[in-house]
Design a protein around this ligand. Structure first.
Ligand code: SAH
Length: 504
């Protein structure tokens, strides 16, 4: 940018900021400070947007879910209401039936056996363990397989919520003490004498050479922040002069705009304040809205360029896409723990800045199981949703009281994993119903039912079983998918549940 353009631009910014601040302070003084916001976090977010301008969905999601000041996961469980179960906002598969965790545990043992049954160095990791039920059901199942349990050296739990960490500790460690450590917290499993270690982010866990990590994530990835973009056609010739750029105080018209793009461009969906609610104080109007940015944002210039899947859609105006860069970081990190990353990533894109630090691994080992709702192969669109009291509510309403999530893009996770590590391959996603059936849910349920005489309890077991595998009418068996990352073997061995048999 030459000196002259820079001067004009800064004058523009100053003029426009002054104009906006004047008009805003007049209007906002009337209602902004005095209005009753839906939650304290709504007020904080509104203040941020008022000061810096619209924010990406990802920034909003990050705050409403995990802000220490009123985030859904970070503060809600302590506030007298629950997140999971009948009394909470939603029910997850591990909470529906103990059989879910048992079968996931059996899957891990089958995969450990298929990889030769390492006698030591096994690490169990769960990301986003909720109440700890899945890990608890797995550990109970493992007790019957002594060679496996004696190979386990530690259990790692990645959890952002201090309140949920306490609940997990109570379930998995009972009365054992929990100490603070350099990276998080530590206690001891009540099942066998191994440490249980909590961290808030997977990147805090050391990448150790020659360990065998078994990594589980159930309904974790849907909680990771997304960005949403729409491809817009180039502005017609006669409008190109009015080109704007987005600044912290809002869009600013350039007196002398640079030459406008003559191809379609991505525009980001941003969270904005709704003037009808905020300025005019109209009752029942939502406080926050989604609005398409009028100009490129840093995210819209970089994020949709990370994959050919997105690039291919840019030239088709009207295309919409959702991307979760943080999910890709997690998938890369998981892949490197299993497959190592001493080699440069398979495809090196200029934008691939999320690649974890290299980790040498003599031989890939371990596995990951990612279970969530999302798309089989397409890029998710319009999937941002809010859940409260088992009902769908507007995703931007009552920040911190509503669970906000989005569909998981399984193909994006697979792509990030194989780009990050030459030592892994990915299978799936398969539908949860098919996975559980392949894992023998029917035989396990029949066995369990044969030990239960009480009619009421039998009904609960049977309806839980049906719920987990139901594939019709948006049932969990079809909606939820399972994807696995395992050591690379040229596609010769398919893991159990993904077309492979149980090793004998
Ligand atoms: N796996 C559990 C809970 C799913 S809810 C089940 O299926 O029942 C999502 C979980 O991930 C919660 O434990 C939540 O606190 C945690 N979580 C959400 N976002 C997180 C983040 N960014 N980092 C770490 N943990 C997170």
């Amino acid at each position: 940018m030459n000196h002259c353009t820079r001067r004009v631009l800064s004058q523009c910014l100053r003029r426009s900021a002054r104009r906006r601040l004047n008009s805003r302070s007049q209007r906002w003084n009337s209602t902004f400070e005095t209005r009753e916001w839906s939650t304290p976090l709504a007020r904080t977010l509104a203040n941020v947007i008022k000061t810096t301008g619209p924010v990406p969905i990802a920034a909003f999601m990050r705050q409403v879910l995990t802000s220490p000041e009123g985030g859904y996961y970070t503060t809600k469980p302590g506030g007298g209401r629950e997140v999971f179960g009948k009394k909470g906002d939603f029910v997850t598969s591990p909470e529906i039936s103990q059989v879910f965790g048992e079968l996931v545990g059996i899957w891990a043992i089958a995969e450990w056996m298929a990889q030769g049954g390492k006698k030591s160095g096994v690490q169990l990791m769960e990301i986003g363990p909720g109440k700890g039920t899945l890990m608890d059901d797995m550990l109970r199942t493992f007790r019957n397989f002594k060679p496996f349990t004696s190979s386990i050296e530690a259990i790692y739990l990645v959890e952002a919520s201090p309140t949920l960490r306490e609940i997990q500790k109570q379930l998995l460690c009972g009365d054992a003490v929990m100490n603070e450590t350099d990276i998080g917290h530590q206690s001891t499993s009540k099942y066998f004498d191994v440490p249980v270690i909590w961290v808030e982010d997977i990147r805090l866990l050391p990448h150790e050479e020659d360990k065998t990590p078994f990594i589980f994530a159930h309904e974790f990835f849907d909680a990771l922040p997304i960005h949403a973009f729409e491809s817009v056609p180039p502005a017609p010739e006669n409008q190109q002069k009015e080109q704007e750029i987005m600044t912290p105080t809002g869009p600013v018209k350039l007196d002398r705009p640079p030459k406008a793009a003559n191809t379609p461009q991505w525009r980001e969906l941003m969270v904005t304040l709704n003037p009808k609610a905020v300025d005019e104080n109209i009752k029942d109007e939502p406080e926050f809205n989604l609005t398409l940015a009028k100009a490129s944002t840093p995210s819209s210039l970089v994020i949709p360029e990370i994959s050919e899947r997105y690039r291919a859609l840019k030239s088709k105006p009207g295309s919409t896409i959702e991307i979760s860069p943080e999910s890709r970081i997690y998938a890369s990190d998981i892949a490197c723990r299993i497959g190592g990353s001493s080699q440069p990533p398979r495809t090196t894109t200029k934008q691939n800045t999320s690649a974890p630090a290299p980790v040498a691994k003599r031989q890939p080992s371990g596995a990951a199981l990612i279970m969530d709702y999302g798309t089989m192969s397409t890029i998710p669109i319009n999937s941002l949703r809010g859940i409260q009291d088992h009902k769908t509510v507007p995703a931007l309403s009552s920040p911190g009281l509503v669970d906000v999530s989005a569909d998981v893009d399984f193909t994006s996770l697979a792509e990030a994993a194989i780009e990050a590590s030459e030592g892994v391959e990915v299978h799936g996603p398969v539908e949860q119903g098919h996975f559980l059936q392949a894992m023998g849910i029917e035989a396990r349920m029949q066995q369990l039912l044969s030990t239960v005489k009480d009619e009421e309890k039998r009904k609960i077991l049977e309806s839980g079983w049906q719920r987990l595998v139901e594939r019709g009418g948006g049932g969990m068996g079809k909606l939820y998918k399972v994807l696995t990352i395992i050591p690379e073997n040229g596609g010769r061995r398919r893991p159990v549940g993904f077309g492979g048999g149980v090793p004998i």
